[in-house]
Ligand binder design. Structure first.
Ligand code: HSE
Length: 341
């Protein structure tokens, strides 16, 4: 399985670290030996080699600041633009892990269409194309017999979408509700522990939880993007961001946190989506409520179903390896399907 990776930030690096560290185990246990043939970044260079790039050397080059630090090799091409690289790569799968734009989904959406035209499956960590154009991407993929997978976009590698779409198949899901942003949950937890908002945000960025532009997290847009993805994936509803009521945590003060605590409550940024619409907003919940125990970058989602009642999943919602793992899980899913054909 040949891969082309767009975006080599926290998520892309987390994924490549997994290949570096667990490559032998993945091959032995799953007969899975993917090859990264291309990597493209916005400002830190691009690399293409039809015989594959070395994961450890890729990580060393990016740690040194630029892919130009990757060692020379016969057949290695440098500095193609991302679209040219996708088209020239001959890859089987596009991994899109570039920055999210929830309004236009660009430039990632253009890369997705180019990859489908070139006969690739799509595995997305980038929320933009899924939130904005899932139905169209799925239709285009179906025309060329390819899959669109995007487990990484909601709750990192915690299998929220796989649970809803595969394990709960046969149930009708009427609502998804929970804590869907790791950065804000981490900030709220640290504020409970006495840290300032600003210091907690800096920590969340250093830990690799925050989006490239962390205002997307603190103002609720990242959780709103996940609500759009859930609406599209679970209910086949294409809401726009403007259809949701969205409020972040920026206005919450230490006083708000103290006054909630004084009456046995805490603040959580709650996202909810149904076939009719949804919201993201801070809510006070009782400290004995199960969601109150979901702390740090951990997230939780409750699906309300007709046949099982409520099903709740708790797990990491952000993080480098935690999200990198989601890409691996999608690729293993693709491999299983290929094996079954
Ligand atoms: N910035 C996101 C979060 C990353 O904090 O949840 C995972 O989507």
């Amino acid at each position: 399985m040949k891969l082309v990776l767009i975006g080599f930030g926290n998520v892309g690096q987390g994924f490549v670290e997994i290949l570096r560290d667990k490559g032998a185990e993945l091959q032995a246990r799953y007969d899975f030996a993917p090859q990264i043939v291309g990597v493209a970044t916005r400002s830190r260079g691009t690399l293409l080699h039809p015989d594959g790039l070395d994961p450890a050397a890729l990580l060393e080059a990016i740690a040194a600041g630029h892919l130009s630090r990757y060692p020379d090799a016969p057949g290695l091409q440098r500095d193609l633009d991302s679209l040219a690289l996708i088209r020239a790569s001959g890859a089987d799968v596009l991994l899109e892990a570039g920055p999210t734009n929830l309004q236009t989904a660009q430039p990632a959406l253009e890369y997705c269409y180019a990859a489908l035209d070139a006969g690739m499956h799509l595995v997305l960590a980038n929320k933009g194309p899924v939130a904005v154009a899932l139905a169209d991407l799925r239709a285009r993929a179906a025309e060329v017999g390819k899959d669109v997978l995007f487990e990484a976009t909601v709750m990192a590698g915690t299998p929220s979408l796989r649970l809803a779409q595969q394990a709960l198949a046969g149930c009708t899901i009427s609502e998804a509700r929970g804590i869907l942003n790791g950065t804000t949950n981490y900030i709220l937890t640290q504020m409970e522990n006495g840290l300032s908002y600003g210091d907690a945000l800096l920590q969340a960025q250093a830990l690799g939880y925050a989006e490239t532009d962390p205002t997307a997290d603190v103002d609720g847009w990242d959780a709103a993007g996940k609500a759009l993805i859930l609406a599209s994936a679970l209910f086949e509803r294409s809401f726009a961001l403007e259809d949701l009521v969205v409020e972040g945590i920026r206005k919450l003060t230490p006083d708000d946190i103290d006054s909630a605590r004084a009456v046995g409550e805490c603040w959580k940024l709650i996202a909810r989506v149904t076939p009719e619409g949804g919201f993201v907003r801070p809510q006070r919940i009782a400290t004995h409520h199960p969601l109150a125990a979901v702390s740090g970058a951990t997230n939780a989602i409750t699906f309300t179903t007709d046949l099982l009642g409520e099903v709740t999943l708790v797990g990491p919602g952000a993080g480098r390896k935690e999200t990198g793992f989601a890409l691996l899980a999608d690729l293993l899913d693709l491999k299983r399907k290929q094996t079954n054909v």
